[in-house]
Design a protein around this ligand. Structure first.
Ligand code: G3H
Ligand code: 13P
Ligand code: ZN
Length: 317
């Protein structure tokens, strides 16, 4: 069942965070739904601009619709990740996405407000909810690369003004994380003091943490032992999710970790079976491993075992 993130956040706020997982293909879709049902968790499927153009924008939509039929118990939101204005309007008009992210965080404050406000108006008119972003995360997204030195933490006073003036439904904050597999050069972690200040100014308002992959050292070691060359990869401590959730983080974005599972499974599979050229043996292992990975993340996020309570809440609406 597709719901808006608003409904999911209402149940989660202050207690746990919902996992927002990016998909690009069939195997990720199957593993994602299986893992969330195995751990009885509500979740968010997110689709980036790059994912929409990987095959055709309709392809992932069709996969999700079919997964919804195969797993009728699933409760999830369908979300556009890091959208620009044009892509947001396309997703809003499609009638399929229940949530869009407008990412105008690279623009100056006033311009970010102006663009976000326009998207909020168009989205709300169609019952779609909007995530916006303020501050600048480091790291690499498909078209943008931000050096660690150019990253900018979210200013709590600006966050309050931004939410009031845009009418957005949730806010992605820069609190020290970055996209990709190389998050921290030193021992920096999350800036909980910034999160606390934002929550003080916006009590009850759902916050979002991007760049939240953990980049597990054992996963990286296995990839490298099977021919990979990932040097100095480092991520967010997944044991910090619970503290962030108490401070208003209701959505945690995870993409890189899933790619690492894919990379490890395929490297090991072809290394160990050099005579194999069939895509299905590693594909089958990946779907199982990805489901296991999702279930584990949901335990850490606290969303595991919340599915039935969320269903009860939705049925009462
Ligand atoms: O934040 C970026 C996400 O990991 C999506 O990555 O733009 O390469 O699909 P992508
Ligand atoms: P990671 O690169 O840490 O997985 O972050 C994903 C993300 O923020 C998607 O929007
Ligand atoms: Zn992101």
């Amino acid at each position: 069942m597709i719901v808006t993130t608003k409904e999911l956040f209402k149940h989660a706020y202050g207690r746990y965070a919902i996992g927002a997982y990016n998909i690009n293909n069939l195997e990720q879709t199957m593993g994602l739904f299986q893992g969330n049902l195995d751990s009885r968790a509500p979740f968010i499927v997110q689709i980036s601009k790059g994912a929409r153009s990987y095959t055709h924008k309709k392809m992932l939509e069709a996969l999700i619709r079919t997964a919804d039929e195969i797993f009728p118990d699933a409760i999830f939101a369908v979300h556009l990740d890091h959208g620009d204005e044009v892509t947001c309007y396309d997703c809003i008009q499609s009638g399929f996405y229940s949530s869009v992210m407008i990412d105008a965080s690279a623009e100056p404050f006033e311009k970010n407000i102006e663009i976000t406000r326009r998207v909020v108006e168009a989205a709300h008119a169609r019952g779609v909810v909007v995530e916006a972003e303020l501050g600048k995360l480091g790291g690499v997204e498909e078209h943008v690369s931000v050096k660690e030195s150019d990253a900018k933490l979210t200013d709590p006073d600006q966050a309050k003004e931004f939410v009031e003036r845009t009418g957005c439904d949730s806010l992605a904050c820069a609190i020290g994380t970055s996209h990709g597999a190389y998050k921290f050069t030193g021992s920096q972690g999350l800036h909980f003091e910034v999160l606390e200040e934002i929550q003080k100014r916006l009590p009850g308002f759902p916050l979002v943490m991007h760049g939240s992959s953990s980049v597990p050292a054992d996963e990286v070691a296995r990839i490298n032992a099977a021919g990979g060359k990932l040097k100095g990869a480092k991520g967010v401590d997944e044991n910090e999710f619970a503290r962030a959730a108490k401070l208003g983080v209701t959505k945690v974005n995870i993409d890189t970790d899933g790619r690492l599972v894919w990379c490890r499974v395929h490297r090991e599979s072809f290394r160990d079976n050099p005579e194999n050229f069939d895509l299905r043996p590693p594909g089958k292992i990946f779907m199982k491993e990805y489901a296991k990975f999702i279930a584990h993340k949901n335990e850490k996020l606290g969303s595991a075992c919340q599915l039935d309570a969320v269903r009860a809440l939705i049925q009462r609406r």
